[in-house]
Design a protein around this ligand. Structure first.
Ligand code: ADP
Ligand code: ASP
Ligand code: MG
Length: 853
């Protein structure tokens, strides 16, 4: 059991340690405790090492000693001899200074005292509190090896141990007692010198011991309940990784997750000793298990990590192309200066590499010396400070298509280098250091939203840090109606026939009422293209919604189903002339988004009031195919044609009453509409006739578990802020998806199963003919086996339909209970763009529609 710096720094933590060790003893295990220095002590000792004056060094040693005295006082213990000797030795080293010992050897001795002191203190506390604990000098057990590529610095400050199971050592320790305590971070080399294992190396000590003793397991106790999908201090929404194999954990650790020292996994791999990460203060939390077993799981990004303090060395040489040995010459210099290279990018005339700060114990002298040597063979540029952001996951290359949104984010930044690991486990971007803190939480959200981080797989992804620690507001997942109250009803409906769409009107109403809390909005429209079922139109009319249509068919539907509602909006795109004529005849408010209608059919519009849809030059949304702004999309009038449009309008006696923009669908960022609103309002000031601003729809609903819902209160604030500046304009919105998506489910029935090429296919009786969103947009819909809801999800399925298209996949890599023919499968969130986009393809019947009032 290894306890880190914060876990050994206070009396309550030591009381926890006592309980934890006692509970392992109660299970019959013998325990070797490995401790770090009290938190902050290694830093203080490092600081002591750089003091030039003896007096200052002595003062520093005194302060460090005092911390241990204080903790002893708190424990109501007198100074044990073991600790007294350490304090004296440290004081002597402080007096001596480096000169007497050799700088590096002296530093190692000084810094080793952090662990020597904390372990002595721990032995005294545990023994005193009724758990006899034997103190052990780790240097008697861990023998550092001298490797050919090490220099003196790495040999002393970042040493390595070869840890093979050692029965003699095991027997020796067994003879000492059942509970032993020793130091992390330190070892002894062949010359008998004290050496360090590198910052954070106590984890590695524990792993060395775990391997030498072939332990049942290594437990790393720290201040967080495991390895998370990102550093939880930076990304509170980071999810607990419940299970990892050694390779993935290794990759996450070595790309920046400080929770494990990067060298602590390889010793455990061969003897297959599992490693458990747990929170000392919350032992009840599950933690992360890292072990040898490879479980079937879908390719997924597992984590996003970042390392700051990265130095890039760019080497430019015109003559290097096809020159034998150029790289060998260049890398020889890195070796001479003891600098290990991490990432490599190469081009015809340039090689750029990054130096990893943790491995190198970088010092600026070494880099300067390297640069001056390299300057003899090429042009050198040192770029720092940079940061490396890494996406880690098994099968990264097969995930590239899901990363477009993430990659787009990097498009805004200066990216110095991109590197893809040859083990297919990581993809790394080197950027300027200062952008990282703001970027990480955002990238983490995007990875979840894109389904690249498969948070739906609850066997792998545990709760978020926020949920576990209450460190921030936790947004409760709205219990799905189909899970809570309506399951029996749905099973009955499915028994009658499948496939069917079922709509839950209370959910539609509830969404409508939530939207109506937007005080800044003057007029609400429902974009009927999302779902034109009459019951839904009627319910929304009752809730006070007007309607937005994009075709004559939709106008007819609205006119006949809810004739009482005030004139609809008509917002078509590339519609033929006669569509406009019909819309104008019904009294709809027509929105134009091109010059053509006024240029060629001006007479048709004469005397009418219209709205104008503009393209604000950018698009947003969950997929390329739903982004409706920017030069690549067919929607909206480009702003450089605005004057021409206004000219045509005045020539034809047409009054522009409203300005409209709609950037895309599925947007979960509340800030977005405030920006659109402000842009449109400032544009409207150039058009005196404008009285309303229509900021479109696109309000998203979270699809992936862990995605935060749109914050309606924040949206209202953003809108109200703009409204206060432009009170002269009415504000209109026209959401579709937000109102109906969660209200609909698609019920289907299991037809057949097939195992093929390592995949398990689960066939259901409808597919892309009833729900095309997965095929068209890579949309992710939750899928459950309604018949077996709550049974353990032990199978990993590709859920497919009966259509003769390889794209007929409703959900890939879904963890579900083992299914049988006839089971009812529920596909969630199909209330929007489900039935309305369905087809008779393959001459299969469309799913029917049922409404639950
Ligand atoms: P100890 O002193 O117990 O060894 P460390 O401070 O070395 O603890 O490591 C724990 C810290 O690692 C956490 O408090 C957290 O801030 C940081 N950390 C960075 N990345 C991750 C991650 N992906 N998952 C969990 N913790 C992380
Ligand atoms: N005390 C050492 C450090 O702070 C080792 C460790 O805590 O793992 O780096
Ligand atoms: Mg640590």
């Amino acid at each position: 059991m290894k306890f880190g710096g914060t876990s050994v720094a206070t009396l309550p933590r030591w009381q926890n340690i006592r309980e934890l060790v006692a509970s392992r003893r109660a299970e019959g295990a013998r325990v070797l405790i490995v401790v770090s220095a009290l938190t902050g002590v290694t830093d203080a000792l490092k600081q002591l090492c750089i003091e030039g004056e003896q007096g200052k060094r002595e003062a520093a040693a005194g302060a460090i000693a005092q911390r241990h005295h204080d903790l002893l006082d708190h424990m109501q213990l007198t100074l044990p001899d073991t600790l007294g000797q350490r304090l004296e030795h440290l004081a002597r080293l402080a007096v001596d200074g480096a000169a007497a010992h050799g700088a590096l050897a002296w530093q190692a001795q000084v810094q080793a005292h952090g662990e020597l002191m904390s372990s002595a203190l721990g032995a005294a506390f545990l023994s005193h509190s009724g758990l006899p604990t034997q103190w052990l000098d780790a240097r008697e057990c861990l023998a550092a090896v001298a490797l050919p590529n090490q220099n003196e610095r790495t040999r002393l400050l970042s040493a390595m141990v070869e840890a093979k199971p050692d029965p003699a050592l095991t027997a020796r320790l067994a003879a000492l007692g059942d509970v032993l305590i020793t130091q992390g971070f330190i070892a002894r080399d062949a010359q008998g010198r004290t050496v360090l294992l590198g910052r954070g190396g106590s984890d590695t000590s524990a792993a060395y011991f775990g391997a030498l003793l072939k332990a049942a397991r290594v437990e790393t106790w720290t201040d967080v309940a495991g390895m998370f999908t990102a550093n939880p201090r930076q990304v509170p929404g980071a999810r607990l990784l419940q299970r990892l194999d050694y390779e993935e954990a290794q990759e996450i650790a070595s790309t920046g997750a400080k929770v494990l020292h990067p060298r602590c996994l390889s010793p455990l791999r061969e003897p297959r000793v599992p490693l458990l990460i747990k929170d000392t203060n919350h032992p009840e939390l599950e933690g992360t298990v890292i072990g040898p077993e490879v479980r079937a799981h879908a390719p997924s990004v597992k984590a996003i990590s970042a390392r700051k303090g990265i130095t890039l060395v760019s080497m430019e040489s015109v003559g290097m192309w096809q020159q034998v040995g150029f790289l060998a010459d260049v890398f020889a210099h890195f070796k001479t200066h003891g600098l290990s290279v991490d990432l490599i990018g190469s081009a015809e005339t340039n090689v750029t590499v990054s130096l990893d700060p943790t491995e190198n114990l970088l010092d600026s002298d070494a880099i300067a010396a390297l640069a001056s040597d390299l300057a003899k063979v090429c042009r050198v540029k040192v770029i720092a400070p940079c940061a490396a952001i890494t996406l880690v996951g098994r099968g990264m290359r097969s995930l590239l298509h899901t990363l477009s949104g993430v990659l787009a984010e990097f498009g805004q930044l200066r990216v110095h280098m991109i590197s893809q690991s040859s083990n297919n486990l990581n993809l790394t971007f080197v950027v300027d250091e200062e952008v990282v803190d703001a970027l990480l939480p955002h990238l983490h959200d995007l990875l979840i939203g894109a389904g690249a981080l498969r948070t739906d797989d609850s066997a792998l992804f545990g709760p978020s840090w926020q949920t576990l620690y209450g460190g921030g507001e936790v947004i409760p997942a709205v219990p799905a109606w189909w899970r809570e109250t309506q399951r029996p009803r749905l099973l009955e409906l499915a028994a009658e026939t499948t496939p069917r769409h079922v709509y839950h009107l209370p959910t539609v109403r509830q969404q409508a009422r939530t939207l109506k809390t937007l005080a800044a909005v003057d007029r609400f429209h429902y974009a009927v293209k999302a779902n034109t079922h009459p019951a839904i139109l009627r319910a929304l009319a009752e809730e006070g919604f007007a309607f937005e249509c994009v075709s004559p068919g939709e106008l007819v539907a609205v006119g006949s189903i809810v004739p009482q509602v005030a004139s609809p909006l008509f917002t078509p795109n590339f519609a033929p002339r006669e569509d406009y004529a019909r819309a104008l005849a019904t009294g709809a408010t027509v929105t134009l988004d091109a010059l053509h209608p006024l240029q060629h059919w001006g007479a048709l519009f004469r005397g009418h009031e219209i709205a104008l849809r503009v393209d604000l030059g950018r698009g947003l949304g969950h997929h390329d195919k739903v982004r409706t702004g920017g030069s690549g999309s067919k929607f909206g009038l480009p702003l450089d044609q605005l004057s021409a449009f206004l000219q045509l309008a005045s020539e034809h006696g047409v009054t522009v009453r409203g300005l409209h923009a709609h950037l895309g669908s599925g947007v979960l960022d509340a800030g977005h509409w405030g920006e659109v609103y402000a842009q449109l309002a400032s544009l409207a000031e150039r058009i005196p006739s404008v009285v309303f601003i229509n900021i479109g729809g696109g309000l998203g609903v979270p699809a992936h578990p862990g995605e935060a819902p749109l914050d309606i209160a924040a949206l209202d604030q953003a809108l109200s802020a703009v409204k206060a500046l432009y009170p002269q304009y009415q504000l209109w919105i026209e959401p579709g998806r937000y109102l109906v998506a969660d209200a609909g489910v698609l019920l289907a029935r299991v037809t057949q199963q097939k195992d093929k090429g390592g995949f398990r296919y689960l066939g259901v009786d409808t597919g892309m003919n009833s729900l095309i969103r997965p095929a068209l947009y890579d949309a992710w819909h939750k899928i459950v086996n309604l018949t077996r809801l709550g049974e353990p999800a032990t199978a990993l399925y590709q859920v497919v339909g009966p259509i003769c298209e390889s794209g007929d996949v409703l959900g890939s890599d879904r963890r579900l209970p083992e299914a049988r023919e006839g089971d009812v499968i529920l596909i969630a969130q199909t209330g929007a763009y489900g039935k309305v986009m369905s087809s008779h393809y393959n001459l299969r019947d469309e799913a029917d529609e049922i409404v639950i009032e």
